[in-house]
Design a binder for this molecule. Structure first.
Ligand code: AMP
Length: 631
């Protein structure tokens, strides 16, 4: 089979690697670099990619596109911060996305990313003397569907067959774990130019299992740069009354100088930023110089609010993996921003151990992607890669209740079947409403799709056995099937990418569930009480209908209890206590009815339930308004 490469398509830099002689190996670019800046420039009909594009950015601020990954698969509304910061022109596209305007030309984020991919692959092909057509591309764990699709499309535009989109921290652990033998729990702290991810993984014996992931898609090393830029601009404005941020070229020069200073401060206690001829003095028309000393401690003050944001994702990832810091065997750093001493210090302080420094943070993701490419093309054997579901998956059951089939953070692939039943007699169809989320109320969760299963033979309520199966494959594709057991009739739906949600979305939904835990408990109790009352009512009606020779007088008290229950079930103002009371009344009336109508000397044999007891002990859920889970 043809060789496939692994590509880390980074916000700031990209890396390409391949399996060579059983080892993942980084391929150098045409300029001899192991990393290629993810930068594309347009200049006098010329298109420049990588280092050459980055080098001329200052003189061509509006024609140099960088940090394109922040725009991938996102709508105009989602990127207002990025648009404001960019020294190049970003416009809203007809499809609601964004385009970069350079001269008269418009370019999509996918097209620009494709140019970076093409450069990586062309240079690699040249080095290998072999055409490359297949690739595995990595993305941050919290990229949502649209962002992953955009990445996949960038690959297609570049003429590549994208074998798989892999999460960056998973790739890192893959590269790290390949040479490891024993089982270990690893925390991957991935802090690059544009995004921050934390993942907890089980690594060992060829199996990689992601236990949890959290992160922040709006936090990266370039935020450190902008913090310095803001400081520089403010100081300059105070001194000279000129807003440097208004001048695109000055802004670009400040961004570059800020990044350089930041990198220097990883090794030095202080540095000087100097930008000659940065502006003209409006009064004298004389050129103005920017010259500022920046100490590491001032830098750390400037980025303090950003550093603070690194903590919660770490705490959340540990919490979801159900371990504390002592359960982490190894901490892996990924991404250039982990070289900032204050970042390393936070990692060490939070996790109580020094991070593993044996893996190169810039290359480890691409190496892992190359291994994954090797797995997919059969070059590498004995490795299974497992991901997790970021949110619970379930179905809507009677009373608008969300019934979970697959819990959040369950390892995929996974398959789970549960049996449900109907709520009404002679019900010939059920609607299966597939949802994702952590709330008890179905309507508060995210609807993924609905489908109908028809052709159920007429039967009393609660008789049909309807099996619902949730099956998520390794790519996160969910297939839901419902099957009525007596006829074998089936219906199904396929939902793409259930393991890929935006971090914001996951975070919002989990937080939402936490803050509404009490309401949700009440809601669930009410729904259960209402459903229990309704089940008892249906049972009473059935028994009344089936009891031959019962007189109106014998029926009346039970009929009254039935009518009262029916009214209450339709009344949204009835509370849990009232439903419990009505259920008790029904049970008593039913028992009295059965005693009155029972043939003489017939008692319920010991060990067997009476119908009333059977009905009152029923605890089955019911799928949607006309559909319920069987026992
Ligand atoms: P990545 O996305 O992993 O390529 O990370 C790139 C980010 O790391 C950029 O924001 C760089 O400025 C930053 N970076 C690279 N080297 C260093 C360093 N030595 N100290 C601080 N930041 C760095």
């Amino acid at each position: 089979m043809a060789k496939a490469v692994g590509i880390d398509l980074g916000t700031t830099n990209s890396v390409i690697a391949i399996m060579e002689g059983g080892e993942p190996t980084v391929l150098v670019n045409g300029e001899g670099g192991r990393t290629t800046p993810s930068v594309v420039a347009f200049k006098d009909d010329q298109r420049l990619v990588g280092q050459v594009a980055k080098r001329q950015a200052v003189l061509n601020a509006q024609g140099t596109l960088f940090e394109i990954k922040r725009f991938m698969g996102r709508t105009w509304e989602e990127v207002s911060d990025e648009v404001e910061r960019a020294p190049y022109e970003v416009v809203k596209a007809d499809d609601g996305g964004v385009r970069f305007k350079v001269g008269d030309e418009l370019h999509s984020p996918e097209q620009i990313s494709a140019m970076v991919l093409r450069k990586l692959v062309n240079d690699a092909s040249e080095q290998l003397g072999q055409k490359i057509t297949q690739a595995v591309i990595t993305v941050p764990a919290y990229f949502n569907n649209a962002q992953r699709e955009a990445t996949q499309n960038a690959g297609k535009i570049a003429g590549l067959d994208v074998l798989r989109i892999v999460n960056e921290p998973t790739a890192a652990a893959l590269a790290y774990g390949l040479e490891k033998k024993g089982n270990e729990t690893v925390l991957v702290f991935d802090f690059g130019g544009g995004t921050f991810d934390v993942s907890v993984l089980e690594v060992g014996e060829g199996v990689f299992e992601v236990r949890s992931t959290h992160g922040d898609t709006h936090l990266g090393g370039s935020d450190f740069d902008y913090a310095i830029v803001d400081w520089l601009a403010k100081e300059f404005q105070a001194e000279y009354g000129v807003d440097l941020k208004k001048d695109k070229q000055a802004l670009q020069r400040m961004i570059e100088a800020a990044e350089k200073a930041k990198i220097e401060l990883s090794g030095l206690p202080e540095t000087t930023i100097s930008l000659p001829f940065i502006a003209m003095d409006p009064a004298s028309n004389a050129p103005l110089y920017l010259e500022k000393k920046l100490t590491r401690s001032t830098f750390e003050d400037l980025i303090a609010p950003l550093l603070k944001r690194l903590r919660k994702p770490v705490e959340d990832a540990l919490k979801d993996a159900k371990i504390d810091k002592s359960g982490i065997d190894e901490v892996i750093l990924v991404g250039g921003s982990t070289r900032v001493p204050a970042v390393k210090a936070i990692v060490q302080e939070m996790l109580g151990k020094a991070p593993n420094q044996t893996v190169n943070p810039d290359e480890v993701v691409a190496l892992g992607a190359a291994i994954q490419a090797g797995v997919l093309t059969g070059d590498v054997e004995d490795i299974v890669l497992l991901d997790v579901t970021p949110l619970s998956l379930g179905v809507e059951t009677k009373g608008g209740v969300f019934t979970t089939l697959i819990e959040r953070n369950t390892t995929v692939p996974v398959r789970k079947t549960e049996t449900f039943t109907t709520a009404d007699a002679n019900q010939t169809g059920v609607e299966v409403h597939v949802l994702q989320g952590e709330r008890s109320m179905a309507r508060e969760n995210k609807s993924l799709g609905k489908f109908k299963l028809d052709g159920i033979p007429p039967m009393p309520a609660g008789m049909p056995q309807i099996e619902i199966t949730y099956d998520i494959d390794a790519n996160g594709v969910l297939n839901v099937t419902s099957r009525e057991k007596s006829t074998g009739k089936e219906a199904s739906i396929t939902i793409q990418n259930t393991t890929t949600l935006s971090e914001d979305e996951v975070e919002r939904m989990v937080k939402d569930a936490e803050s509404h835990a009490e309401d949700d408990k009440k809601f669930r109790e009410l729904a259960e009480a209402r459903n229990g009352c309704d089940a008892m009512r249906a049972q009473a009606v059935k028994i009344m209908d089936e009891t031959e020779g019962a007189t109106d007088e014998q029926k009346q008290p039970l009929q009254d209890a039935v009518d009262e229950a029916a009214k209450a079930v339709d009344d949204p103002n009835v509370d849990t206590d009232r439903f419990e009371e009505l259920t008790k009344n029904l049970a008593e009336a039913l028992q009295a009815f059965q005693q009155a109508t029972a043939p003489a000397a017939t008692e319920t044999p010991e060990g067997e339930e009476s119908a009333a007891e059977a009905a009152s002990s029923e605890e089955d859920d019911v799928i949607d308004a006309d559909f319920k889970p069987a026992g």
